[in-house]
Ligand binder design. Structure first.
Ligand SMILES: O=P(O)(O)OC[C@@H](O)[C@@H](O)c1c[nH]c2ccccc12
Length: 253
């Protein structure tokens, strides 16, 4: 059995406590998503590494806050070659908002991932997005019904895992897009070897994404060699000029 309440860092527990209290939407959404796989294929076709660039104003492991306008940052990422975007909507620990997501999705035409800590079905109904994140560790046995609930609404789903057990649970639940988070939510440290260890166990037909801790062109190459179909990159793009950073990282091959 996959226990939903395993030990996590105090910062992460605080995120989960806040997430449990957050209301959902009143009405069941129905979204018509922009295709993530088509966006990855298009990037590959013109020689760009498929990157989901993340608009992340701050985080528990970041010093200070980026006060750049999220829409300006998002457009710069797309101009820099990002195949898709990720927008944090968690308000209390990541400086995100639903408003940021709405504005960004309106301003760009690439697929946009809603990055939040979704624990209940109604929380899927807070905002339209093309892709939604579900974190295996926090959902436990609810992963499969939540995946079905998200798909019923039209969302593409990125299922995040960090261990072999979570990867197996994601595969059993029928996940088609799986992100391996290199950050351990129990200790908050990052190790790119996490992706390298888990990738060989993912079936070929799964779209596999390496998440967190990718900072340099060498890191991009390392994750691609280990089998990453795409990369999710936040801090290394937000720190400094988002367009130049995205150009450098998407042009790593
Ligand atoms: O800034 P980084 O190290 O490039 O990481 C991006 C992304 O992977 C990270 O923000 C993240 C991965 N999983 C999450 C779950 C919730 C919030 C944030 C995340």
């Amino acid at each position: 059995m996959n226990e939903p309440t395993r030990e996590v860092a105090p910062e992460v527990q605080s995120i989960l406590d806040a997430a449990a209290d957050r209301p959902g939407g009143d009405e069941r959404l129905s979204v018509t998503p922009r295709s993530l796989s088509a966006a990855f294929t298009a990037a590959e076709r013109d020689g760009r590494v498929p990157v989901i660039a993340e608009v992340k104003p701050t985080s528990p492991t970041t010093d200070g806050e980026h006060d750049a306008d999220p829409v300006a940052a998002a457009k710069a990422m797309v101009d820099g070659g990002a195949a898709a975007l990720s927008v944090l909507t968690e308000p209390e620990h990541f400086g995100g908002s639903i408003e940021n997501l709405r504005r960004v999705r309106e301003a760009v035409d690439v697929p946009v991932l809603r990055k939040d800590f979704i624990l209940r079905e109604a929380q899927l109904d807070t905002a339209d997005s093309d892709v939604i994140l579900l974190i295996a560790r926090f959902l436990g046995d609810d992963l499969e019904p939540m995946l079905a609930a998200a798909r019923d609404r039209g969302f593409q789903v990125l299922v995040e895992v960090h261990t072999k057990d979570e990867l197996d649970a994601a595969i059993d639940a029928g996940a088609e897009v799986i992100g391996v988070n290199n950050r351990d939510l129990a200790k908050l440290d990052v190790d790119l070897a996490t992706f390298e260890q888990l990738a060989p166990d993912a079936p070929d037909d799964v779209t596999l994404i390496a998440e967190s801790g990718v900072a340099t062109v060498d890191d991009v190459r390392r994750m691609r060699e280990a089998g990453a179909d795409g990369l999710l990159i936040g801090s290394a793009i937000m720190d400094g000029d988002p367009q130049t950073n995205t150009e450098r990282l998407t042009g790593a091959e």
